[in-house]
Design a protein around this ligand. Structure first.
Ligand SMILES: C=C1C[C@]23C[C@@]1(O)CC[C@H]2[C@@]12CCC[C@@](C)(C(=O)O1)[C@H]2[C@@H]3C(=O)O
Ligand SMILES: O=C(O)CCC(=O)C(=O)O
Ligand SMILES: [Fe+2]
Length: 361
């Protein structure tokens, strides 16, 4: 596979094996081990009634006001759900089936496809596990393009369907993400001409890059002392998430705190990524989000992280800058940003802010 921003960043910042190999969750179904016991803050408890509290907007992509709804959602929440997106429900059902099929394999078998310390592809813990003393109660599988190599290690004679479904989903996600990205940019008053560098003609090496990441959050013996996915922002331009029908995802909003993102059958969650926050010069939020666990449901989700071509520098767009709104960030490639994230995690923005001395220490 061609060198990508993501693969280059993993090579520059290898992950220790004890932050890659997941626990055998089934063997710990009764008692949470100390390695996975978190002291969770009680300052900001989840909303009392998750079904009446405020949550992210739901946008029908066929709505005549779709642009202004999108802009409002990106400015206020940095996250929204979309319906009427055109992805076939039978593809989503097959995607969920194949994902559950993967994660229900015994640990020894999943470990045949484990990520290596310098690689992003395959089975393992979330990348951000390196920043926490305790481990998360989750596992994942990362795919870019065709994942025959890893899938054939999981199912030597029976991986074709899995690979076909993942590849079809990636193609569909690419088109939909580019459509939603266009919508967001138009909502800021930009034309495709203003950002034609974002979507160069296919065929050359300057192609947008994306990663499909399957997440699994097994049932947990003590959800109030465990963490599914710790608070983070996404390092993409945009992330499209299918969360099937299990609760757990929360997004942080000023003046509200953690708000649940209720699953809606067939809907997809759109999450503004850090690079979109930079492009919009801080106008669009790249929201902090996390996943909490339950005692009875095995949650899975599929996140499609979309980013710019490898050599494109992302910086605040000209239309977003004036004397009242100076450019907040210096230009960065996706690889440079992923490196900053791999070193500084949730402080990465501070290191690319204009007038900030950059240190690689
Ligand atoms: C492109 C990327 C986003 C990601 C970091 C990465 O370089 C590859 C893994 C991605 C992932 C998937 C699971 C959740 C997440 C927070 C993580 O730990 O690894 C995201 C990363 C991210 O958005 O920063
Ligand atoms: O599982 C979820 O709903 C969230 C996943 C997520 O935030 C991620 O993969 O970055
Ligand atoms: Fe995320």
């Amino acid at each position: 596979m061609m060198n990508s921003s993501i693969s280059e960043s993993f090579k520059s910042h290898p992950v220790q094996l004890n932050r890659i190999i997941p626990l055998d969750f089934k063997a710990h179904a009764i008692k949470l081990p100390d390695s996975h016991t978190w002291t969770l803050s009680t300052d900001n408890p989840p909303p009392v009634d998750p079904f009446t509290s405020e949550s992210v907007p739901v946008i029908d992509l066929d709505d005549p006001n779709v642009e202004s709804l999108t802009r409002h959602a990106c400015e206020q929440w940095g996250m929204f759900q979309v319906t009427n997106h055109g992805i076939r429900i039978d593809l989503l059902i097959e995607l969920e089936f194949q994902t559950r099929r993967l994660f229900s394999l015994p640990l020894e078998q999943k470990l045949h496809a484990v990520r290596s310390p310098e690689d992003f592809a395959g089975y393992g813990l979330p990348r951000i596990s390196t920043f926490f003393p305790k481990l998360m109660w989750s596992e994942g599988f990362s795919i870019m393009g065709s994942q025959v190599e890893h899938a054939s290690k999981l199912w030597p004679n029976d991986h074709t369907k899995f690979c076909d479904v993942m590849e079809e989903y990636e193609r569909e996600m690419k088109d939909l993400t580019e459509r939603i990205l266009g919508l967001m940019l138009r909502s800021l008053g930009l034309t495709s001409e203003d950002v034609k560098w974002l979507k160069p003609k296919d065929g050359g090496s300057r192609r947008s890059e994306a990663l499909l990441h399957l997440n699994s959050y097994p049932v947990c013996p003590d959800p109030s002392h465990a963490m599914g996915l710790a608070p983070h922002t996404d390092s993409s331009l945009l992330t499209l998430l299918y969360q099937s029908c299990t609760n757990g995802l929360q997004v942080h909003k000023e003046n509200i705190g953690w708000a649940p993102v209720h699953p809606i059958a067939g809907a997809l969650v759109v999450n503004v990524g850090d690079l979109m926050h930079i492009l919009s010069n801080g106008r669009f939020k790249s929201p902090m989000h996390q996943v909490l666990l339950t005692k009875s449901c095995h949650r899975i989700s599929m996140a499609y992280f979309y980013g710019p071509p490898v050599d494109v520098k992302i910086s605040p767009l000209m239309n977003m800058i004036d004397h009242k709104h100076p450019a907040l960030y210096r230009p960065v490639t996706w690889k440079e940003y992923l490196d900053a994230k791999a070193m500084h995690f949730n402080q990465a923005f501070e290191f690319i802010r204009n007038d900030v001395h950059i240190s690689n220490k």
